[in-house]
Every structure is written in structure tokens, then in C-alpha cells.
Design a protein around this ligand. Structure first.
Ligand SMILES: O=P(O)(O)OC[C@H]1O[C@H](O[C@H]2O[C@H](CO)[C@@H](O)[C@H](O)[C@H]2O)[C@H](O)[C@@H](O)[C@@H]1O
Ligand code: UDP
Length: 736
């Protein structure tokens, strides 16, 4: 039976050694708490790091760890202390985490960290491959494993892979500063479906894919080699029922069953009639805006002194990544701030801030959530923030107010909360006051809407939607275009070629024989290509024709010493083997004088674009321009040109990052039909990569081999992945 394999850096359980005995605790953090609910009901396995390093383990302990993780349907990836130092504390938490949360000044670009990150991603890949069985799906999580999808896909292209990023994906302007940006993007694109919490993160990712990898993006689909990668947003939910039911049970607890923490909270609440509790819970992380929050609370107490001795801020800060210097500094800063403010405002009966630096068991979290009148959640950046959702889920009487930073992914779905800018103390202070005096009817009205949404889009639903989309993505890849020219088909084709008495091989040039270059002039044939073409050209009973939109002058220059058959200018000129150039069409070019100035205005306004002037056509290339600006400009240019060309027998063609204006009566198809009229062939092979080649595919008779380069919509019957595969196929003709 097929299963889903979840992969994340941490397993849902963390193991430590205590006097050579295993001490097992649940992992902290939204990824672990959220995915745990998904994993518990499923029949899959969860692969991740156990919490112990190789150095801490001997054979006996390894067996114990394996058993402990296997009991939870997990499998451990073994990491050394050096891996943890360089991959986890290093690259993950001193490079990716700060950069993706816009803390560029904290970001360290260390080659050693990067090398370790690659190595550890490979270790994860090995364990995944070991556990993979026929039909399994893999769901990879988060920034620690950005290279993993590609590593799995390379070894197991048949496996359906989903990837979900739990933190923000930064804007292109931030991401472009990253030294290994191409590798990270291609690593992620190994997945069939890439998910983010919000649409903003999704569009930032697509923007980087377009600009850095220059890949084609159609709406939310990336065309990557011969695959379509779907990108979408799936805002993660929580196990609503678990939190809501726990809160309901909590209300029924007898006094004797109440926790020590709850008793302290009760004491505070009973100390005066209008006393209130404000709660914050987060890992002690600089992204969570903890110092800002404390300062804003101080500002509030100064601005609204009537709340002194009545309102208390309870801050639960969970220790996190304490080997990273920025976290140590944050700890110091937080301790000092809390000390200073408590020192400044405290009275005999009141300290304004209760500060806990530890993690708490689930029941204590419920104590805190259910006892607090306000939740104050103020991250400066946060992928989602599940605490905000958990607070709302526990409000069984629907009272309570959530103050939430608009920089948290959760804010996109929680409009009924009081949304604040975490850098604006004035706004936070006013929001605290508004929350404290908000009529209970208004609290209920807001929370009712929030709860309905959270209950509906729970973490189970989130996981279900993601997997549903992953399954649909798989089908998408299969239905769309031509059939892959796989080895068995190639063998059949070559055997037909060998049996044929007369064969025609039509080869497009750019994007087929030679790779795409920023400057078209640089796409000159290389030595290998010449060798290959020479050999093909000498095959008996074979007419090899290079058929291109390039101008005659370029081909005259490039192939000066070669006796190849050539067709240039999309079919205007023909040079047959051992004969001279002859025009296939008689064309006028006076129209160019009118069109060129228009194209020049587009070049001036669109940096990176340029005009290629051929004898019979004009081409405006935008391959180096910003893709979004280019998209707008191509629409504008099309509109302008449409009104101009109608009287001139001209056509505007949209190519691969180029718009070309040329005579309507010329195309590669017409040129091919003329070739076919002069000679009969019993084997025809034609290959090309863009729209101009579609005319050839249409023109050649049924039964011909029509092949597209790249995974695109086409009239061709088959496709190959790239120019490297084109050469491999041509070698098979030569070797036959
Ligand atoms: O594993 P740690 O290094 O101790 O960190 C804990 C987790 O922190 C991050 O959580 C994120 O995921 C949450 C759920 O999607 C989201 O609400 C939150 O905004 C994120 O910051 C991190 O992404 C996880 O990988 C860590 O395990
Ligand atoms: O002592 C604690 C404090 C918090 N949490 C949980 O940690 C998660 C924090 O997730 P969030 O998305 O808010 O932030 P992250 O830590 O993942 O950045 C929530 O599910 C909390 O219930 C916990 O298990 N123990």
C-alpha cells in the first residue's frame, strides 16, 4: 500500500541523553506541532533528525533510538555534531533564516556552511530513498531541506514530491543577494508542487524563478525542463478540535486539579475586579518582535497610566537555537528590558511583566490561553504564527481579543483581529487599550468569524488540500503535450531510417542545435556541433537541412567552409548542398523604415531589450529584460503593431522571448513544402524549439517524426528535453 513520507529537519519527538538514558520530549515550533496532527492519523512515516548526534551514540543507544522513533512511525537521519554546527546552526539558522526574514544584517554567507548544507541534504535524500516504496509520495518541509526535492527527483523521477515552506519567501530584491540562489531554486523545483503559507510568498518565489532562472511561468505553473511545477498558497491551520476541546475540559476542572500555574493566574485575576491579562507566547527569536513588544507595553503604561496595577503582560519565551550568537544577544536584551520595566513600574502588589524563559507542556499552554483577555503577538516577520490561531481556538466563550502583527502570515486570514504594525508603538499602545475596553459583544462577533474559519480550515484540511493538489499536479504533467521521445521510440525511428531509401532531416538552429544565449551572435556552432553536422551531412541517402530564422549573411559566415543544405530568413533563401543560394520568395523590405522607429522607442523604454535587423524581418528581443516589464511591453507593442501591419502583408509573431515582424507570406512550412515538391522522401525527421517550427511540423506528411525541444504546447508528436538530448539523438542517426 502506498504511503506518504513526511520529511523535516526535526522529528516530532526530540531525544536527549540523561545519564545515558533517552529523554524524549515533543518538538517545539509550529511545524512540529502542526504536522504531528497530520502524522498521527496517517499511515506514513516521518523522516528527520532525532536530536542526538553520532558522537553521542554507541551501538546500544542507536538501537534504543531506532526503536523509540520507530514506535512513533518515524525514521532517523543520523547527523554528526559538525553537521549540526554547520548545517543547522550555520547555514539554516545563520544564513537562510535571517535572510528569508529580511534580517540581512544578520545573514552570514559562509562557504563551509553551504557545503555542509548540501551534504546533509544528501544524507536526508539517502534515508528517503531507502524508505521509498512503489507509489509512495514524499512531502518535504521547510528551509533546512531546500535542496532535497531535486536530490530525490534525480534518483526517483517517478515519485510525486511536494514541498512546503513554513517561513516567508523573501522578495526578489532580498533573494538575489544570496550567493547560491540558482542552486536553491533548482533544488526546490525538484518538487511537483511547491506550497507557501501566503500568496505574497508565492509571488516572491515566482518572481525569483522568472528573474534568476529565466524560466517560463504561466500563472502559477513553472515550466521546468520536461515537467510542470505547480506553485500555490496553502495557509496552514491548527488542530482546532484538540485546542477547543482541551479548553472546554479546562473549564470543568475542579480546584484541586488545577495546575500551580493556573492557581497563580487565578490569584492575579481575583486580585481586583477589573484586572486583565495580556499573553504572548513565542520561541525566543529575533523575528518575533519581543523587544518591540516590551517597549510598546512600556509605552502603553506611560500613555495610559490608568491601567497600571491592573494589567499584566505574561510572556512565555521558549528557548530556541541558543548556539547562535544573535539568539544569545536577544536573550540578554530581553532579560534587561523585562528587568528595567519591572523595576521602573512594580509596586508592592504588582509586577507588570511575568516572564517565563522555558517551554511548557500542553496543559499549561491551555491554562495561559484560557486565562488571558488579550493575546499580543507582534512578530516583525513570521511565516504563519500558529499561536495566534491556537489562542482563538481556546476561546470557548468567544471572548478575548487578538492583537496581531500584519507581518505574520496568519494576519492574511485573521482580519477580524486588531492588526498592527509591530514597529509602530503608538498603534500598539492604542490597540492594547482598544482590546482592554472592547465590549464583549464585539469580541464575540470578531471571534465567531475567526473560529468558524479556523475550525473549517484545520490542519487536517490543509494537509488534505495540499495532497489533493499534489495528486492533480501529477496528472497535469501527463496530459499536456507531446510524447517523450524515449529510447524505445528512438530505436524504432532509427530502424525506419536505416530501411529508408531517401531521408530528410530538418534541423532548426537556435534552441535546437545550439543553446539559447543572451546575445544571439554568441550562439555560433562549436567544434562538437560542426563534427556532428559533418558526419550527418555525409550519411548516404540523407538530406540534412538546417532551417532557421537567422539571416543568410550569418549562415554564410558560420558555414562558409561547409557544404550543408541551408534555409535562412524563415524560408526566404535556400542553399542546397553543392549549389548556390537561391531565393524562395521575392520580398519587399521598405516597410522596415516605418516599423524600426517604433521598435526603437520600446528599446529605449525597456532596459535589456534590443533589435535584431535581418534582411526581411525585424525582431525585438527581450530575453534580458525584467520579465514582468517585458510582459507589459509585449502587450503594448502587439497593440501598436496590429494597427500598423494590416495594410502591409506583414505578420507579428511571438517567439521565445522575441517579437518578430515579417512578411506574412514567408514561413518555414512554405519552404519545407517546396523541398518536398522537388523530391520524394520515405523518412522525414524534423526538430525545432519554437513557434516558427510549428509550421514545419504542420507541413510534413503524416508518419514523419516531428520533435519539439522542451516541454511546451506543440503540434509535434514527440519531445526531447534540451539541446543536449538533441545531439544524443542525432548521434544515433550517425551511428546507425
Ligand atoms: O526547529 P527549530 O529550529 O527549533 O525551530 C522551530 C520551528 O520554527 C519555524 O516554524 C515555522 O513554522 C510554523 C508552522 O508553519 C510557522 O507558523 C512559523 O511562522 C514558522 O516560523 C521553522 O520554520 C521550523 O522549521 C522549525 O522547526
Ligand atoms: O512551551 C511551548 C510554547 C509553544 N509551543 C507551541 O509552539 C508552536 C509555535 O508555533 P508558531 O507557528 O507560533 O511559531 P514557530 O515557533 O513555529 O516559529 C505552537 O504550536 C505552540 O503551541 C509549545 O509546544 N510549547
Amino acid at each position: 500500500m502506498s504511503k506518504t513520507i513526511i520529511v523535516s529537519n526535526r522529528l516530532p519527538l526530540q531525544i536527549k541523553l540523561n545519564d545515558s538514558e533517552l529523554e524524549i520530549t515533543p518538538s517545539i515550533g509550529g511545524l512540529a506541532t502542526g504536522m504531528k496532527s497530520v502524522h498521527k492519523d496517517g499511515d506514513g512515516i516521518w523522516i528527520g533528525w532525532s536530536g542526538l548526534t553520532d558522537e553521542e551514540l554507541d551501538d546500544t543507544l542507536i538501537k534504543k533510538v531506532d526503536k523509540a522513533v520507530a514506535d512513533e512511525n518515524c525514521a532517523a537521519v543520523n547527523l554528526t555534531q559538525k553537521d549540526i554546527d554547520n548545517y543547522y546552526f550555520g547555514f539554516s539558522n545563520r544564513t537562510l533564516w535571517p535572510l528569508f526574514h529580511y534580517f540581512t544584517e544578520y545573514t552570514e554567507f559562509e562557504k563551509d556552511y553551504w557545503e555542509s548544507y548540501k551534504k546533509v541534504n544528501e544524507k536526508f535524500a539517502e534515508v528517503v530513498i531507502e524508505n521509498l516504496e512503489e507509489g509512495d509520495k514524499v512531502w518535504v518541509h521547510d528551509y533546512q531541506l531546500l535542496l532535497l526535492p531535486q536530490l530525490i527527483k534525480e534518483k526517483r523521477p517517478d515519485v510525486s514530491i511536494g514541498f512546503f515552506l513554513h517561513i516567508p519567501f523573501p522578495s526578489y530584491e532580498i533573494f538575489r543577494t544570496f550567493p547560491w540562489r540558482e542552486e536553491l531554486l533548482t533544488g526546490m523545483l525538484g518538487a511537483d508542487l511547491i506550497g507557501f503559507h501566503t500568496y505574497d510568498y508565492e509571488r516572491h518565489f515566482l518572481s525569483s524563478v522568472k528573474r534568476i532562472l529565466r524560466l517560463d511561468v504561466k500563472f502559477n505553473e513553472v515550466i521546468y525542463h520536461d515537467r510542470i511545477v505547480k506553485v500555490d498558497s496553502f495557509p496552514m491551520g491548527i488542530d482546532y478540535k484538540k485546542f477547543h476541546d482541551a479548553a472546554l475540559n479546562h473549564t470543568q476542572l475542579k480546584t484541586k486539579d488545577r495546575s500551580e500555574l493556573q492557581k497563580r493566574l487565578d490569584d492575579h485575576m481575583q486580585s481586583s475586579e477589573d484586572t486583565k491579562l495580556i499573553l504572548s507566547i513565542d520561541r525566543l527569536d529575533y523575528t518575533k518582535g519581543i523587544p518591540n513588544r516590551i517597549r510598546a507595553f512600556e509605552y502603553f503604561l506611560n500613555k495610559y497610566p490608568e491601567f497600571k496595577e491592573k494589567v499584566r503582560l505574561i510572556m512565555l519565551s521558549v528557548p530556541s537555537r541558543s548556539d547562535v550568537p544573535q539568539y544569545q544577544l536577544l536573550k540578554k536584551e530581553t532579560d534587561e528590558l523585562v528587568g528595567r520595566i519591572n523595576g521602573k513600574f512594580a509596586t508592592v502588589s504588582w509586577t507588570p511583566i511575568w516572564y517565563f524563559y522555558r517551554s511548557m507542556p500542553f496543559d499549561n499552554l491551555i491554562d495561559l490561553y484560557t486565562s488571558s483577555d488579550v493575546a499580543l503577538i507582534t512578530p516583525v516577520r513570521d511565516g504563519m504564527n500558529l499561536v495566534a490561531k491556537e489562542y482563538i481556538a481556546t476561546r470557548t466563550k468567544q471572548d478575548g481579543v487578538l492583537i496581531l502583527s500584519e507581518m505574520a502570515g496568519a494576519s492574511k486570514e485573521m482580519n477580524e483581529a486588531l492588526l498592527i504594525n509591530p514597529n509602530n508603538f503608538e498603534e500598539i499602545a492604542d490597540a492594547i487599550k482598544q482590546a482592554l475596553i472592547m465590549p464583549v459583544e464585539e469580541q464575540i462577533a470578531r471571534n465567531k468569524i475567526l473560529q468558524e474559519r479556523l475550525e473549517r480550515y484545520s490542519v487536517e484540511k490543509w494537509a488534505h488540500e495540499f495532497m489533493k493538489s499534489l495528486n492533480a499536479t501529477k496528472n497535469l504533467g501527463q496530459v499536456i503535450v507531446a510524447e517523450r521521445l524515449k529510447n524505445t521510440l528512438q530505436e524504432q525511428m532509427i530502424s525506419e531510417y536505416k530501411d529508408a531509401e531517401s531521408s530528410l532531416i530538418l534541423l532548426d538552429y537556435d534552441g535546437t542545435l545550439a543553446g539559447f544565449q543572451d546575445n544571439p551572435k554568441n550562439a555560433k556552432p562549436d567544434e562538437d556541433l560542426f563534427k556532428l553536422l559533418d558526419q550527418l551531412n555525409n550519411k548516404p541517402n540523407t538530406d540534412m537541412v538546417i532551417i532557421s530564422g537567422r539571416d543568410k549573411e550569418t549562415f554564410e559566415d558560420w558555414f562558409a567552409n561547409k557544404d550543408y543544405s541551408l534555409i535562412t530568413d524563415h524560408g526566404v533563401w535556400l542553399k542546397k548542398k553543392s549549389t548556390d543560394w537561391e531565393p524562395l520568395e521575392r520580398l519587399k523590405s521598405d516597410w522596415m523604415e516605418n516599423i524600426r522607429p517604433i521598435l526603437e522607442t520600446f528599446v529605449d523604454r525597456t532596459p535589456g531589450t534590443f533589435i535584431e535587423e535581418k534582411k526581411y524581418s525585424l525582431a525585438w528581443h527581450y530575453r534580458k529584460a525584467d520579465p514582468e516589464l517585458a510582459q507589459i511591453r509585449t502587450m503594448e507593442l502587439n497593440t501598436v503593431l496590429t494597427s500598423l501591419i494590416s495594410n502591409n502583408d506583414l505578420t507579428v509573431l511571438q517567439g521565445n522571448k522575441v517579437i518578430e515582424i515579417k512578411s506574412s507570406s514567408v514561413n518555414k512550412g512554405r519552404a519545407v513544402s517546396r523541398l518536398l515538391a522537388t523530391k520524394g522522401y520515405d523518412f522525414i525527421f524534423t526538430i525545432g524549439d519554437d513557434w516558427t517550427d510549428e509550421y514545419m511540423f504542420e507541413e510534413v506528411p503524416e508518419g514523419s517524426y516531428t520533435v519539439k525541444v522542451g516541454f511546451k504546447k506543440t503540434k509535434a508528436k514527440y519531445y526531447v528535453k534540451d539541446t543536449f538530448e538533441v545531439r544524443d539523438v542525432l548521434k544515433k542517426f550517425i551511428d546507425s
